[in-house]
Design a protein around this ligand. Structure first.
Ligand SMILES: N[C@@H](CCC(=O)N[C@@H](CS)C(=O)NCC(=O)O)C(=O)O
Length: 417
């Protein structure tokens, strides 16, 4: 076989190939019996000598390997069938360990291991909060901490997603608007959250999740259940809070808050995860049905009520907000919550903007961290790690535009918080 003498032989583009497309016929020495030319069609914007990128290096290793073994590229059919089988089994293995499911393939979230009820808080001044900015559950605790004015009383360490999907601490230089950013571990100087959990007496080898509330005196995990932490911040630390008068769970609304939580937690907060981590078509469709039926109902309700329980912002609004703010950025795309974008729900979108604009809330929303967290950390759902382009309506400038919801509040409670 004669290899082509020139690297690029220019051909006329056949039908179906866009005009101005150049064909580079690259004949390579392939199997002894084959003298086929591989034709690459390139648009004028495609560089002949693209800068080598690390993400391409894996595929060039694979290409070299298959050529060494077979003398040529694998036939596409065989390549696809092989990779499909291997990838599918790997995906199932990863999902079964990372996102446990029931017998019908529906995601079942593991229960939090450390609940507040089992713990006696001896020195509230020794509390330290561990969070990660992509996480909606951790985000709840950050918002309540800010609204209650607990920033000085409860210091925070902000973990970031590591390559292996677990939380680690690294310093990220501040840039742009004044928002929370990843940090080092300020309480224990650990490199990973797993190391912090293992400092507790008796050690720990379970899931190292955020949020996690740590007692620095006793070197103990106090709680890793977000709702418990928000309740503690709301009413258990008023002696240390700069805004002790704010009650996000007042006695007269507790019943309503609980009712809303019973709807919002399974269908929306955890509902988006049930869509994204479903391992069967039926489980996915059931989760997506529950999610969008609930969003339709909420959009209706919020057309005549400023917040879920009326004129006052409560804990359940904060729980709903942290899912909504991630909806068009992550869940709509990555978790296949695709029936509608949040943008298509006028009342829910305005409600989200209303909460976003409450002083100190925007500073807890780091969109870059959210995007990186979901698209890079949840490897089984997005192996390429590519971050999609998202609508401007889910970005800071647009979230600051008028929400017009003050008129839904009755005069007595004109101020929500
Ligand atoms: N029930 C927990 C859920 C917390 C949770 O799932 N956190 C995730 C991040 S969004 C996590 O830290 N995952 C790490 C892991 O599972 O190893 C809560 O509400 O606090």
């Amino acid at each position: 076989m004669q290899p082509c003498s020139s690297v690029a032989s220019v051909f006329l583009a056949p039908q179906g190939i866009p005009p101005n497309t150049t064909a580079f016929g690259l004949c390579r020495r392939s199997s002894p019996k084959s003298s086929k030319c591989h034709v690459i069609w390139a648009s004028p914007r495609m560089s002949l000598n693209p800068t080598p990128q690390s993400s391409n290096s894996n595929s060039s290793v694979l290409n070299t390997l298959t050529k060494l073994l077979w003398g040529q590229s694998l036939p596409p059919g065989l390549l696809i069938a092989t990779v499909r089988t291997a990838w599918n089994s790997t995906w199932r293995l990863m999902m079964s360990q990372l996102a446990p499911s029931d017998s019908s393939g529906g995601y079942s979230r593991p229960a939090s291991k450390f609940r507040l009820s089992r713990f006696t808080l001896e020195n509230p001044k020794s509390l330290h909060l561990y969070v990660g900015l992509p996480c909606p559950w951790a985000h709840r605790t950050l918002i309540v901490r800010s609204l209650k004015g607990l920033e000085e009383a409860v210091a925070v360490s902000v973990a970031s997603p590591g390559q292996d999907g677990s939380w680690e601490f690294k310093y990220v230089r501040g840039a742009g608007r004044d928002i929370l950013k990843p940090s080092l571990d300020k309480a224990n100087g650990c490199k990973t959250l797993k190391q912090v959990y293992s400092l507790r007496r008796g050690g720990y080898d379970g899931r190292s999740t955020v949020p996690m509330l740590w007692d620095a005196d006793q070197k103990e995990v106090i709680c890793n259940e977000s709702y418990d932490i928000t309740e503690l911040f709301n009413s258990g630390l008023n002696g240390l809070a700069r805004n002790p008068g704010l009650d996000l769970s007042p006695p007269e609304l507790k019943g309503k808050i609980e009712e809303w939580n019973q709807i919002i937690y399974p269908n929306v907060n955890n509902g988006v995860y049930r869509c994204g981590f479903a391992q069967s078509q039926e489980a996915y469709e059931s989760a997506a049905g529950d999610l969008f039926d609930t969003l339709d109902m909420l959009d209706d309700h919020l057309g005549s009520s400023r917040y879920l329980c009326g004129d006052k912002l409560t804990l359940v609004d904060i729980c709903l907000f942290t899912t909504l703010i991630r909806f068009d950025l992550a869940y709509n795309i990555l978790f296949k919550c695709t029936k509608k974008k949040l943008l298509e729900y006028p009342n829910l979108h305005a409600y989200m903007r209303d909460i976003y604009q409450i002083p100190k809330v925007a500073a807890t929303c780091n969109f870059d961290e959210i995007m990186d967290g979901y698209y890079k950390m949840l490897f089984p759902l997005n192996p390429g790690g590519i971050r999609p382009v998202v609508p401007s309506a889910s970005q800071h400038e647009q979230l600051c535009r008028d929400h017009g919801r003050e008129s839904l509040s009755s005069a007595v409670h004109a101020s929500a918080i």
